[in-house]
Design a protein around this ligand. Structure first.
Ligand code: ADP
Ligand code: MG
Length: 696
């Protein structure tokens, strides 16, 4: 059967087209105004919309509705209510009111709040984000909502994101007015997140308690064949994977998600899916749905989808590239070099703003991608490094340099020009010049923030990006509004700020040790782990910028800080316990069994009067490892015990990093050495080779 993609696309979404078709004209207009201008929705309008939405949902086979939201757990939450409403005579009708559409009251007490609900209200409520369309999943009408406490504190990942978009909108419009763009009413940020993942066979998955409980392998010796040959990248997609990808595309398209590219990644069993970009809050909702569907559909195909940042040691981990730009409601991409010098002057001001923002708030960007899982990538010899820097490409870097030095610039045709912010050469879109090691790269008409972990919500990093750029644009607007001579003021500002922030620009190899030294000389932050990075989230500078733009209150920041620390500690703790139980229950037994077998051989050979040098040596080797393993296991257990006595959240997280994490690495090293010696038929778990090549 051939698939009619245009017909399929968005078929499960209550989108603009459906609204236009099903809503009375005035209701549609009122709703549209709410969506386009971010206004408040009136209850009478909501009632009409709810009714139409319900009818549509029922036609699609839905029986329930839910407020779909994104609590601080990082995944999505839903509580399903059916549409039924009792009628006299024991019958029911299907009903759904405007009130139910606009506001929900889930029992919020079991979601993380970092102490917020304790100090404020026990209850939270959800509120519809009408800019993100309702959709149908599992016969349920899902309404994308924000989740707040009754006193207004955000308890989720959507609320601060919407606030940060508003902040950026305000500052950017102010700047655009200075350039005479009086037709621009609204500025939004756009994101296209590229999502990496692993697919493994469900059967091997079920045999690995570490993957089941923690999402990654806690043990595993390197396979004879890893990614050395680089034969997987963009390679032919296996039939089983291909049919998975096909179904995934189909389901995503039905939900109006613009799944565009799919291919194999560098590591065996690793793949990537990239959507076409959309407005940031929608891209965030869609990325959450994409991750969810990746998992459920894998299950249907007898596979497990791993979204962990580092499922396998020694094999490339998974990230998410956050392609980010700023655009206007008139269709201008503000990070796209223009064709005329004046367009380029505007571009250059926005570029300068991003450069300054990334430099001024590099620690905040680093925190926004910090997690236990991502610690295995950032700063651990994998792309990209923990040090935040920016890549501009040769052409743009050359222009920046000549502005700073006040020198002439030779463009591509070797034409000589004397440039300033308002006299610029045509800046060509540079798409070939890529630096894959850079955490934050300009790619022609957008920036690509590459430090995100594969499992994380993209909300956090975009909240930071939007807010810090809003702050800098606000500063720039303030200065330029006061300038007597705009052009002169602009030239001065751009040159001054580029000079001040040039240190953040780095076009070299981000993996090299020299870069670590050079970055230190430049005074750039190198926050290696989550525990190192987190304090920056509640620094005075962070509190100031977030509160000034109404993105997070101080209380909200504090509560999020606590949640991130707690979450980090919990993850390490669970990993430690899982390791402990795997060694005690299975690995130790396998080692003893192997020791017994060798001992038996030694004895039989000795009885027969044959030399046993080789076997004895082997036995000694295994015994030594078993002894070391026993010692390390005891240490880990004792340290887990000690850790449980620490109650302060930061200290507890720090302890997890400095003590438990180190214990685990040491224990792993011994177990992996043992795995190499013990025969496969005795070893209790599938090996790396068996896992990585499990999907045939
Ligand atoms: P790559 O070479 O990194 O694989 P592409 O240049 O094809 O990628 O784009 C990667 C992602 O960037 C896609 O999701 C694409 O939709 C997104 N993208 C393109 N333009 C923009 C933009 N203006 N804003 C945000 N994302 C964008
Ligand atoms: Mg990319």
């Amino acid at each position: 059967m051939t698939m009619n993609v245009p017909e399929l696309f968005g078929s499960k979404v209550f989108n603009d087209e459906v609204m236009k078709e099903r809503l009375p004209k005035d209701t549609y207009k009122a709703l549209k105004k709410t969506i386009d201008e971010g206004l408040h929705l009136q209850l009478d309008v909501a009632n009409v919309v709810a009714h139409a939405m319900k009818d549509w949902a029922i036609e699609q086979g839905a029986t329930h509705f839910t407020h779909w939201f994104q609590p601080m757990t990082g995944i999505t939450a839903e509580k399903h209510d059916s549409f039924i409403s009792p009628e006299p005579g024991g019958k029911v009708i299907m009903s759904f009111s405007g009130k139910e559409l606009v506001k929900g009251e889930p029992d919020a007490s079991s979601f993380p709040s970092g102490g917020l609900r304790a100090t404020f209200e026990a209850r939270g409520y959800t509120a519809w984000d009408p800019t993100s369309y309702a959709f149908i999943k599992d016969d349920t009408l899902c309404i994308p909502t924000a989740f707040c406490s009754y006193s207004g504190e955000a308890l989720d990942k959507k609320t601060p994101l919407l606030r940060s978009m508003q902040a950026l909108d305000k500052s950017a419009v102010r700047v655009l007015m200075l350039f005479g763009n009086s037709d621009v009413k609204r500025v939004i940020t756009t994101v296209g997140p590229e999502q990496e993942y692993f697919l493994i066979d469900k059967e091997v998955y079920n045999k690995r308690p570490d993957i089941i409980y923690t999402g990654r392998t806690l043990f595993g010796a390197k396979p004879p064949k890893g990614q050395e040959l680089e034969d997987h990248y963009f390679g032919t997609i296996k039939e089983r994977v291909s049919s998975y990808m096909k179904e995934l595309d189909e389901e995503l398209w039905k939900l109006g998600i613009l799944a565009k590219t799919k291919h194999n990644e560098v590591a065996p069993a690793q793949h990537e899916l990239a959507p076409i970009f959309s407005t940031t809050n929608i891209a965030t909702d869609h990325n959450q749905l994409t991750m969810e569907l990746m998992k459920t559909i894998a299950s249907r195909h007898g596979m497990a989808c791993l979204l962990h940042e580092k499922p396998f040691a020694g094999v490339n981990g998974s990230g998410k590239h956050n392609n980010w730009s700023i655009s206007t409601d008139t269709g201008m991409n503000l990070l796209e070099p223009g064709a005329t010098p004046s367009q380029n002057a505007q571009f250059l001001l926005f570029l300068t703003a991003v450069i300054k923002a990334v430099d001024d708030y590099q620690e905040l960007l680093r925190v926004s991608v910090a997690s236990a899982g991502n610690d295995h990538r950032l700063g651990a010899n994998e792309a990209p490094p923990a040090i935040i820097s920016m890549f501009l490409g040769d052409e743009l870097e050359g222009i920046v340099e000549s502005i700073i030095n006040g020198t002439d610039y030779h463009d591509k045709e070797k034409k000589l020009m004397s440039i300033g912010a308002t006299v610029l050469p045509h800046i060509p879109q540079d798409t070939t010049d890529r630096n894959r090691t850079s955490p934050f790269a300009f790619t022609g008409n957008k920036f690509e923030f590459r430090s995100l972990g594969s499992s994380a919500s993209i909300s956090g990093p975009n909240v930071v990006l939007n807010t810090i750029v809003a702050e800098v644009l606000d500063q720039f607007a303030g200065e330029l509004e006061k300038a007597d001579d705009f052009e002169k003021g602009l030239n001065e500002l751009v040159r001054r700020e580029l000079t001040a922030h040039q240190r953040i620009i780095f076009n070299g190899n981000g993996y090299a040790d020299e870069w670590v030294k050079e970055a230190e000389k430049r005074g750039l932050a190198n926050l290696k782990s989550t525990v190192d990075a987190l304090p920056a989230f509640i620094s005075d500078k962070a509190i100031e910028v977030f509160t000034k733009h109404g993105v997070y209150s101080k209380t909200e920041l504090m509560s999020r800080y606590d949640i991130m620390l707690e979450n980090y500690e919990k993850i390490i703790h669970i990993e430690a316990l899982t390791m402990d139980s795997m060694v005690k229950k299975d690995i130790m037994a396998a080692a003893y069994e192997f020791e017994g077998e060798i001992a038996k051989t030694v004895k039989a050979k000795a009885d027969a009067g044959v030399g046993t040098a080789v076997e004895s040596k082997q036995l000694a080797k295994v015994s030594a490892l078993v002894e070391a393993m026993t010692d390390k296991l005891e240490k880990l257990e004792a340290d887990i015990e000690k850790g449980s006595e620490i109650s302060e959240v930061f200290e507890s997280a720090k302890y997890a990093r400095e003590v438990l994490f180190e214990d685990m690495s040491e224990l792993r090293e011994i177990v992996d050495a043992l795995e190499v010696l013990v025969p496969g038929k005795i070893w209790p778990y599938p090996t790396y080779g068996e896992i990585l090549y499990s999907v045939k």
